[in-house]
Design a protein around this ligand. Structure first.
Ligand code: BEZ
Length: 325
């Protein structure tokens, strides 16, 4: 670069850096709608950051995929066009195969154990892979609960799932699971699911109670199988470029505030999961099949482990961790 251009570029970079004491609003993207627990906790995190920074910091949330789908938001984080995002662990699996271990089918039996996995050293180790693979800092995990199967037609046996067009969150390990039991996975972002069901483009969805309630998917798919077949994690991300421009004491402040609201999110999901199922079972028109365990899916869990265990040691490590609970 010519000396003059270099000087100009350096000046722009310097101006973009928030010196200590400067006011700053962090843009934060999410795919979830304002009613979702993640969005509520992001709003609360904005308040925590504002009060701990004496009003220097605030958060401007962009909900419902306003900035694009999760893949687009991840790219924006990488370039520094977006400061922060709360994204699904599913999205990260495209770049960090180790993250697939968190989507291992039937890894945990209940949501309390899902919380323990997300708070484990093993899970934290996976976050250390993010800067190199994604250009982001993964500050902490939270979740949106356990996933269930929701279908338009009743399902009596695994054979009934075969050939169903199943909406899944785009993610290679989730696709594998659905392909292994003979479904036709249709990856699409959360924001398109309701219309796809309403237009009968899909027969079924892989979803959590929070979103089933928020979006009322049961209006078009009234059969819910309580499978708890995988946990659905979230990672609170900060652009590594933005992070690099922050002084250490501000990083610490952001790290602590984010961790607090990740923890609150996890605690809320653990506390509220049973109540959400109870609420759905009282909703007229919904048919719930309770306690559908791994046996329903035959040898799919073993096949999934063989495929994904070959790609990352974290599948075996997380299975061992859960066995020790
Ligand atoms: C989904 O893609 O199904 C999803 C994403 C974020 C929160 C909840 C659900």
């Amino acid at each position: 670069m010519k000396p003059k251009k270099f000087l100009a570029a350096s000046l722009v970079a310097l101006l973009a850096l928030p010196a200590s004491g400067q006011e700053r609003s962090f843009g934060l993207g999410l795919i979830t709608p304002p009613v979702h627990v993640w969005n509520q906790e992001v709003a609360a995190m904005g308040e925590t950051l504002a009060s701990r920074s004496d009003g220097r910091f605030s958060v401007t949330a962009y909900p419902s995929g306003q900035l694009g789908n999760e893949a687009t938001m991840l790219q924006q984080l990488q370039t520094g066009a977006l400061d922060m995002a709360w994204l699904t662990t599913a999205e990260i699996t495209f770049r960090v195969p180790a993250m697939a271990a968190l989507h291992a089918p039937f890894l945990v039996e209940n949501i309390a154990d899902a919380a323990r996995v997300l708070r484990s050293d093993e899970a934290r180790e996976i976050l250390e892979l993010l800067p190199r693979a994604t250009g982001t800092m993964g500050l902490c995990y939270a979740m949106t609960g356990m996933r269930q199967l929701v279908t338009r037609q009743p399902v009596a046996s695994a054979a009934d799932l075969s050939g169903l067009r199943f909406r899944i969150t785009p993610a290679p390990p989730i696709r594998s699971f659905f392909e292994m039991f003979g479904a036709a996975p249709a990856p699409m972002p959360l924001t398109q699911v309701y219309d796809a069901l309403a237009n009968a483009q899909i027969d079924a969805i892989d979803m959590d109670y929070e979103s089933i309630i928020n979006f009322r998917y049961f209006e078009h798919a009234p059969h819910l199988m309580e499978t708890n077949h995988h946990m659905f994690g979230m990672v609170a991300l900060v652009s590594a470029r933005v992070w690099a421009g922050l002084p250490e004491d501000d990083r610490e402040l952001i790290r602590e505030a984010t961790q607090e609201h990740c923890d609150r999110t996890i605690d809320r999901f653990v506390a509220e999961e049973d109540g959400k199922l109870a609420r759905l079972s009282e909703t007229p028109g919904i048919h719930i099949t309770e306690d559908v365990g791994p046996d329903f899916f035959g040898d799919v869990v073993a096949r999934w482990d063989a495929e994904w265990g070959a790609q990352t040691p974290y599948v075996a490590r997380l299975r061992e961790l859960v066995a020790s609970f």
